[in-house]
Design a protein around this ligand. Structure first.
Ligand SMILES: CC(=O)N[C@H](C=O)[C@@H](O)[C@H](O)[C@H](O)COP(=O)(O)O
Length: 233
């Protein structure tokens, strides 16, 4: 699928994120099982899947035939960003035929103090046809990524960086602010726990919504119930 086809397929929809990190219950060392989550997501009507790691990008594309928004989560000493932080991960995702590549486009500290603008520029020079999803945490980072030429902007990191915690804007407001200023898809992502919130995001102007944990992280879902029973919400 080319960029226009992918955009058309996700417009107004919920894209399901299927991820399990090594410390999570659904992570299986020998063989990824996230393709089964992706199978359910496809059956429910998810037009694309967001996922982490080369093995899951490959397995999920094979299982579903859907376009994949791929990323690689990896921590480097001296870097505050962990979603597709360097060209090494971009190379791996391109090799794995990830349809879209998601990367941290916040102003958080990067390896060797590289600026996000230089990183995006290098990616676009190396891979002129790449489709990039910028995971941002603040309005300024979203505008900056847009000006750097990314293809879509997602609110993924809002609430996870010191700068966004300080600004304390919820994703609904962030989506509204961004859609007023930029003419590429703004994706609402992060802590969308109930169907009505997904609808609210679309009504507020989000091009599409990404939902992860509320669908594909059983520990997170179970904890919410257990905590509610204890009166902790
Ligand atoms: C902050 C971060 O590392 N977010 C990650 C990005 O890919 C994933 O762990 C989230 O599951 C994803 O963003 C979807 O969000 P939620 O699971 O809240 O629906």
């Amino acid at each position: 699928m080319n960029k226009e086809e992918i955009f058309k397929s996700i417009k107004g929809s919920v894209v399901i994120s299927c991820q399990a990190l090594p410390n999570e219950p659904l992570y299986v060392e020998e063989k990824s099982i996230m393709y089964l989550m992706a199978r359910a997501a496809k059956m429910a009507g998810s037009p694309a899947i967001r996922t982490n790691s080369v093995r899951d990008v490959i397995a999920i594309k094979k299982e579903t035939g859907l376009p994949v928004i791929g990323l690689i989560k990896i921590e480097y000493e001296g870097s505050e960003v962990y979603i597709t932080p360097t060209m090494k991960e971009v190379d791996e995702l391109v090799d794995a035929k990830s349809d879209v590549i998601a990367l941290d486009c916040t102003f958080s500290k990067r390896l060797n103090d590289e600026s996000i603008n230089d990183f995006i520029k290098s990616i676009k020079e190396k891979y002129p046809d790449v489709i990039l999803m910028a995971d941002i945490s603040t309005y300024e980072e979203g505008i900056n990524a847009y000006k750097c030429g990314v293809d879509m902007v997602g609110t993924t990191m809002n609430g996870y960086t010191p700068q966004s915690i300080k600004e304390n804007i919820n994703n609904l407001e962030l989506v509204k602010k961004l859609t007023k200023e930029i003419d590429i898809p703004v994706i609402a992502e992060g802590k969308i726990h109930y169907p009505y919130q997904a609808k609210e995001m679309l009504d507020a102007g989000a091009y599409a919504v990404v939902v992860g944990g509320a669908i594909t992280r059983p520990l997170e879902i179970a904890q919410r119930f257990i905590n509610a029973a204890k009166g902790e919400i």
